[in-house]
Design a protein around this ligand. Structure first.
Ligand SMILES: N[C@@H](CCC(=O)N[C@@H](CS)C(=O)NCC(=O)O)C(=O)O
Length: 214
């Protein structure tokens, strides 16, 4: 298996956590997003959307982090990345989709670049855009986890789930852009607990071969 990603891509980070939790090793292929490598002809052939992550599997190519994670879940079911209880599964999916579909797309490099290039936004305005959407999204998600989740150190169920795989990378990015996390103490505490787990540590941006400090 080959995972095309970028150390700072939060969508690729989700997949890296899933792989680490399941104890799977893949070949990592860095795609430098700031240099525009995602728009190269060779990468476009893998994913015409020009987005990472992309997983090359024995069965073929898969784009979209949640589809890759579901494929991993179906081909390597243990440990499970969704709670057994159907209602908790739905809540974990709901939380993960809120991040992946509603929060993350508004803060993608190509969206931020468009604000700069076509609407004249300066860095302060781009940062304000970023913080607005991330704080709004995470602020709402704070209400979806119960106080007991803080004691467990995971969002739902008894083991890290899809929700946790989406939360940690989004919190990483939120901190990178100095978002105000004061309104989401439960998410801050759960994120801190998750980051003590070896699988989450191994998947962190600064542990990747293409990591660049900056
Ligand atoms: N829904 C996609 C989102 C993928 C995505 O937005 N990837 C970002 C990095 S986190 C990307 O490749 N951006 C390139 C760009 O904006 O040009 C997924 O979950 O895989």
């Amino acid at each position: 298996m080959r995972l095309h990603g970028y150390f700072r891509s939060s969508a690729a980070y989700r997949v890296r956590i899933a792989l680490a939790l399941k104890g799977l090793t893949v070949e990592s292929v860095p795609v430098h997003l700031l240099r525009g490598e995602q728009r190269s002809d060779s990468f476009r052939r893998l994913n015409p959307q020009c987005l990472v992550p992309v997983m090359e599997t024995g069965a073929g190519i898969i784009a979209q982090s949640l589809a890759i994670i579901e494929w991993l879940e179906e081909t390597h079911p243990q440990p499970a990345l969704l709670p057994r209880d159907p209602y908790l599964r739905a809540r974990a999916r709901s939380f993960a989709l809120a991040i992946a579909c509603d929060v993350h797309p508004l803060a993608n490099p190509r969206v931020l670049n468009k604000l700069r290039s076509d609407f004249g936004a300066d860095q302060a305005q781009v940062d304000a855009w970023y913080r607005h959407w991330v704080e709004l999204g995470l602020g709402a998600l704070e209400h979806l986890v119960e106080p007991a989740a803080v004691e467990r150190g995971i969002c739902f169920g008894t083991a890290p789930s899809l929700a946790d795989l989406c939360l940690v990378p989004q919190m990483f990015n939120a901190r990178r852009f100095s978002c105000d996390l004061a309104a989401m103490p439960k998410l801050v505490a759960i994120d801190a607990a998750l980051n003590k787990r070896p699988a989450f540590q191994a998947a962190a941006p600064d542990k990747q071969a293409d990591f660049e400090a900056r």
